[in-house]
Design a protein around this ligand. Structure first.
Ligand SMILES: *[C@@H]1O[C@H](CO)[C@@H](O)[C@H](O)[C@H]1NC(C)=O
Ligand SMILES: *[C@@H]1O[C@H](CO)[C@@H](O)[C@H](O)[C@H]1NC(C)=O
Ligand SMILES: *[C@@H]1O[C@H](CO)[C@@H](O)[C@H](O)[C@H]1NC(C)=O
Ligand SMILES: *[C@@H]1O[C@H](CO)[C@@H](O)[C@H](O)[C@H]1NC(C)=O
Ligand SMILES: *[C@@H]1O[C@H](CO)[C@@H](O)[C@H](O)[C@H]1NC(C)=O
Ligand SMILES: *[C@@H]1O[C@H](CO)[C@@H](O)[C@H](O)[C@H]1NC(C)=O
Ligand SMILES: *[C@@H]1O[C@H](CO)[C@@H](O)[C@H](O)[C@H]1NC(C)=O
Ligand SMILES: *[C@@H]1O[C@H](CO)[C@@H](O)[C@H](O)[C@H]1NC(C)=O
Ligand SMILES: *[C@@H]1O[C@H](CO)[C@@H](O)[C@H](O)[C@H]1NC(C)=O
Ligand SMILES: *[C@@H]1O[C@H](CO)[C@@H](O)[C@H](O)[C@H]1NC(C)=O
Ligand SMILES: *[C@@H]1O[C@H](CO)[C@@H](O)[C@H](O)[C@H]1NC(C)=O
Ligand SMILES: *[C@@H]1O[C@H](CO)[C@@H](O)[C@H](O)[C@H]1NC(C)=O
Length: 531
């Protein structure tokens, strides 16, 4: 069980996707990070920026390179997480083009979260791996922030500066076009960042020759009580088509709004319908926080949430109302969660405090998890929790997905065994009831319509007549059709035949043709990590 503490249901407020071509997750081996200017001018303290890295595999060597200042390497094991303090000089200043960036590389998959802190002003961001960055971005509209966006921007003082985009280049020279009321063409050297001020009425589009990362925000936007703080979020590349976004609960609808980039509009929150549709990104704004929302099509099945020292850190989970049992934190199901309906959707949500590193996963479907918190100085922060996997598995958190391959043609049982071995897989041994249920579900999502009869790795010993699994698991949970199996003469091999949505088994002659189902095991997070 993760060390978690259940909270009363109060929200952020100051009080398989087998069909998908590319599984979306937040893990990678190369990341580019930038720390936006964070100025509360009455806090003239240096920034205490950090980067939070979580490793998924043992002996992961992480290299952190801060422009000209420092290169550091260290090793993390599976499930280990640490914070690395970033040189204060890496914070961007007002200059348009800066070399002040951080580059992270690792020998196996990690997740990265950026933490920007200056005195009481704190923000966090989920850093998107370099191989997921895009070349086309549509920034959301600027929220209405009294004291920040309704003032004369020509009177340039800290909290009256305009909103800006920060465009971070990867490691090759690049040309980026920011088209709006005026068009700017930026030539960026490797690992450079450009800052572009936004005009409220003419939202630009960003198009790059090579992938870039784009963040949107303000160096000191008004919160309450006439304090200002950093406000920023990375943007996701423009997705294709309309997407549905369930909206996590945000305390009160007062001064909360949704910033839609497709089409561009600022929508007040309707507490009776916490769902919105957009052909671009959706960002939830409340004073002090810009939270990019997760579209249903980008839900995940395993996430990691890390507590940040000296803050109250929590996780918010949104899941289908009929599948709350599948939500796990660490080894176990959530202890006595309180679920509340998310009005206007089929989702329910809960919130709990995270006291350490916590892996949150679902055993049979995908869901949304957000990370958030407040520091003692009243600063609110949050971001979508890093997604480890989009492949739900009843056994735990998937690090490398299992392989389920249905052969291209029908063949006998011995040929099926060889067919799979030729592909370094095994004819599947579905030896437990939960594994059968998961496999049936996945076959229904992947198989082509011509596949009906399939061979599995269960056969009779020709010497004893006993059934055995190819992988030597004990034969305990079976799914024989009514009247099956017959006697020894009826057949030596087990065929699984699709009937509607069930897959009854029968014993058949091993030379009959059927499609092989080949299997390769997933790599799961070790239970020892799920403390
Ligand atoms: C940090 O901010 C508080 C107000 O929130 C202020 O009283 C304090 O002096 C600041 N600390 C430093 C070191 O500037
Ligand atoms: C990582 O190492 C630990 C301790 O040696 C071991 O228990 C665990 O199985 C390893 N995890 C992986 C994913 O290899
Ligand atoms: C880099 O930073 C780390 C941690 O701040 C420090 O231990 C190390 O000595 C620095 N290395 C160099 C070359 O400055
Ligand atoms: C958080 O605080 C604890 C106790 O002071 C310390 O042991 C730990 O290293 C800190 N963690 C980070 C990531 O700074
Ligand atoms: C930034 O790096 C580029 C080369 O990538 C160099 O030409 C330029 O002088 C650097 N600028 C600063 C301010 O260091
Ligand atoms: C950019 O960053 C990458 C990754 O750290 C590094 O290998 C490369 O040398 C950097 N390029 C420049 C010009 O700084
Ligand atoms: C810096 O950016 C601002 C706003 O985007 C622009 O008006 C100004 O000309 C830029 N300055 C330079 C030196 O490029
Ligand atoms: C508030 O800000 C001050 C100045 O940075 C810091 O020393 C203090 O730890 C912060 N308080 C909390 C509870 O985070
Ligand atoms: C704002 O001021 C009110 C009244 O003084 C206080 O109750 C509240 O905690 C303050 N909020 C913050 C974020 O400091
Ligand atoms: C995460 O995405 C990468 C890139 O598509 C993929 O290779 C990897 O298998 C995915 N990992 C999981 C656990 O889904
Ligand atoms: C397996 O590979 C061998 C050697 O390439 C080939 O002769 C045989 O036909 C293959 N069997 C199947 C069932 O694909
Ligand atoms: C398919 O399932 C239905 C309902 O269980 C059953 O009546 C029917 O006989 C089955 N068909 C075959 C071919 O087994």
């Amino acid at each position: 069980m993760c060390p978690v503490l259940l909270l009363l249901l109060a929200a952020f407020g100051p009080e398989s996707q087998f069909a998908a071509a590319l599984p979306e997750n937040s893990t990678g081996q190369r990341f580019f990070v930038v720390y936006p200017e964070n100025i509360a001018y009455y806090h003239p303290t240096p920034p205490q920026n950090r980067v939070r890295i979580t490793a998924l595999f043992n002996n992961t060597v992480v290299g952190i390179r801060q422009y000209t200042y420092n290169y550091t390497e260290y090793t993390l094991n599976s499930g280990e997480s640490n914070e690395y303090a970033v040189d204060a000089r890496l914070e961007l200043t007002r200059s348009n083009i800066s070399n002040g960036t951080l580059q992270i590389t690792s020998t196996s998959a990690i997740t990265v979260q950026a933490i920007s802190v200056r005195n009481g002003s704190m923000q966090t961001a989920l850093v998107i791996p370099a191989d997921r960055l895009g070349t086309s971005y549509r920034p959301p509209p600027i929220p209405n922030i009294p004291g920040t966006t309704d003032v004369d921007l020509s009177l340039y003082v800290t909290e009256r500066a305009p909103f800006r985009l920060m465009i971070l280049n990867a490691d090759r020279a690049n040309t980026v076009t920011v088209a709006g009321a005026t068009t700017q063409v930026l030539q960026l050297q490797p690992n450079q960042t450009a800052q572009v001020w936004l005009q409220p009425d003419a939202l630009p589009t960003v198009t790059a020759e090579l992938p870039v990362s784009v963040a949107f925000g303000h160096s000191c936007a008004m919160r309450d009580n006439c304090t200002c703080g950093l406000l920023y979020t990375p943007l996701l590349p423009v997705p294709g088509g309309n997407q549905d976004f369930p909206v996590p609960p945000s305390g009160s609808a007062y001064d909360t709004s949704l910033l839609l980039s497709g089409p561009s509009s600022v929508v007040p929150l309707d507490p009776n319908s916490l769902r919105v549709r957009s052909s671009g990104s959706v960002v939830l704004y409340l004073p002090g926080l810009l939270l990019p929302l997760t579209a249903e099509s980008s839900f995940g099945s395993c996430f990691v949430v890390n507590r940040i020292n000296d803050t109250q850190t929590f996780a918010v989970v949104l899941v289908d109302k009929d599948h709350t049992d599948g939500v796990h934190a660490g080894k176990a199901a959530l202890p006595n969660p309180q679920w509340a309906a998310l009005p206007g959707t089929d989702y329910v949500w809960t919130r709990f405090e995270v006291l350490n590193t916590c892996f949150i996963w679902h055993s049979s479907l995908t869901m949304a998890v957000y990370f958030g918190g407040t520091n003692g100085n009243g600063s609110l922060f949050g971001n979508p929790a890093p997604v480890i996997s989009t492949f739900p598995d009843y056994r735990g958190c998937v690090l490398t997905p299992e392989v389920l391959l249905i052969g291209e043609q029908a063949m006998g049982w011995p040929e099926s065994v060889q067919y799979c071995r030729n592909r370094t897989l095994e004819l599947i041994s579905i030896s437990s009831t939960p594994f059968q249920a998961q496999t049936y579900q996945n076959i229904l999502q992947t198989k082509s319509s011509s596949v009906q009869d399939m061979w599995i790795g269960l056969r009779r010993s020709s010497q004893t007549g006993d059934w055995y699994w190819l992988n030597t698991d004990p034969v305990t949970d079976t799914d024989w059709d009514v009247g099956e199996p017959g006697d020894v003469d009826a057949g030596q091999c087990t065929m699984m035949s699709l009937n509607g949505t069930s897959f009854p088994w029968s014993d058949e002659d091993c030379c009959q043709p059927a499609f092989p189902i080949c299997y390769g095991k997933p790599v799961l997070l070790q239970p020892t990590v799920l403390v």
